[in-house]
Design a protein around this ligand. Structure first.
Ligand SMILES: Cc1cc2nc3c(=O)[nH]c(=O)nc-3n(C[C@H](O)[C@H](O)[C@H](O)COP(=O)(O)OP(=O)(O)OC[C@H]3O[C@@H](n4cnc5c(N)ncnc54)[C@H](O)[C@@H]3O)c2cc1C
Length: 341
């Protein structure tokens, strides 16, 4: 009989792990807290078009990842983004960068990649796992909150999911650590990795801003990156921009009133771009866990004895490529272990 494996988290790491395990013959079930797969590589859908509110693009270094990207590109799931990228000092002039790495994006939004990876995989959406338990008889059970809206309230009911031969957690490090009570060594490794937050402002305009760049890395100040989201390939027409605050500023203002953050980031955007146009749409995202500060280099974590694995961008060099590689590395470890018995 095929081994049954549960994966918690349907970001790029969890989906890459699940697909590789399924290909190796396992019966895989993925549990995802959100209403769609993708995690930090998702998209914010609005009436005026989508915003890549998390990962902006990805680059390719690893040969195995390059092979996967070429296959996705030939299927139209990703495409290169030849945006004009600038470097700016806060309040300074934008200088276009030459000799840029090839940047890829999902088409028609970053969410396309996760949607593709989730195809054919049993992904249970809106199931936030709140407890994992290894039974004395072997095997794992998971509990999720019946109604996420009631998570902390009096109606909090936990539902127990079936029995699995092995379990993979594909979550940002602090969230993985919270579930790893029964595996203190893995929890300690996860607790070592700090993941920086990121306040992100989404802006829609009724007319083009006509700026001489499509993306800019900013040094100093309240913004670290601004991007003309609708300049990416395959996007709906319109004028949509993303503005991301740097980690230190996001950390310092993490608990601020979102309206204050919106005003401050908008002011910084107008100062940088010189625009006098008022946005017709704004939205704000506060990413509690955006980018790992000092990721591990182990690729993944695996306890053969407990049949418990952990993967995510923070195990393999951070960023989308790291997440995909980490999921795949864990699948290889798990498939080998489960096959060895
Ligand atoms: C603002 C921002 C900008 C970024 N820019 C870039 C970039 O330009 N280029 C790049 O390569 N990378 C970028 N990244 C990083 C990139 O998005 C991540 O490295 C990658 O998407 C991480 O994937 P993951 O699967 O490891 O984690 P995640 O995407 O975080 O996936 C974890 C999943 O687990 C789910 N989950 C959480 N808790 C539970 C639970 N208890 N039960 C069930 N499910 C749960 C979450 O909803 C999520 O779907 C950016 C990230 C952010 C936030």
């Amino acid at each position: 009989m095929s081994p049954s494996i549960a994966v918690v988290g349907a970001g790029i790491a969890g989906l890459s792990c699940a697909r590789a395990l399924a290909r190796a013959g396992a019966a895989v079930t993925v549990f995802e807290a959100a209403g769609a797969p993708g995690g930090r590589a998702g998209a914010h859908q609005t009436e005026i078009g989508s915003f890549d509110h998390g990962a902006q693009y990805f680059t390719v270094r690893d040969p195995a990842f390059a092979d996967a990207v070429h296959a996705w590109e030939s299927e139209g799931i990703v495409a290169p983004w030849h945006g004009r990228i600038a470097a700016m000092a806060d309040g300074g002039r934008a200088i276009l960068k030459s000799d840029q790495p090839l940047r890829y994006v999902g088409v028609p939004s970053m969410a396309a990649l996760a949607t593709h990876l989730a195809r054919g995989v049993d992904v249970r959406l809106e199931e936030r796992i709140c407890r994992i338990e290894r039974l004395d008889t072997g095997g794992w059970t998971l509990q999720h909150v019946a109604d996420p809206a009631l998570r902390a309230g009096p109606g909090h009911i936990e539902i127990t999911e079936g029995l699995y031969d092995a379990l993979a957690l594909a979550l940002p490090a602090p969230l993985a650590a919270d579930l790893l009570e029964g595996a203190p060594e893995l929890a300690a490794l996860a607790r070592r990795v700090r993941i920086e937050p990121c306040w992100t402002l989404m802006l829609g305009f009724g007319a083009p801003l006509d700026l001489p760049y499509d993306g800019a890395f900013v040094e100093g100040g309240r913004l670290a990156w601004i991007a003309h989201d609708s300049s990416k390939p395959g996007r709906r027409s319109g004028e949509r921009w993303i503005a991301q605050a740097p980690p230190a500023w996001s950390r310092e203002h993490f608990d601020d009133d979102p309206d204050d953050v919106r005003v401050k980031l908008w002011k910084a955007f107008t100062e940088l771009t010189g625009t006098s146009l008022q946005p017709v749409y704004t939205a704000l995202e506060r990413w509690a866990h955006a980018l790992p500060e000092a990721p591990l280099s182990s690729g993944c974590l695996w306890s053969r004895e407990q049949r418990l694995g952990v993967c995510g961008d923070w195990c393999a060099g951070a960023r989308l490529e790291g997440a995909w590689l980490s999921g795949r590395a864990l699948a290889q470890r798990m498939a080998q272990s489960v096959a060895d018995g």
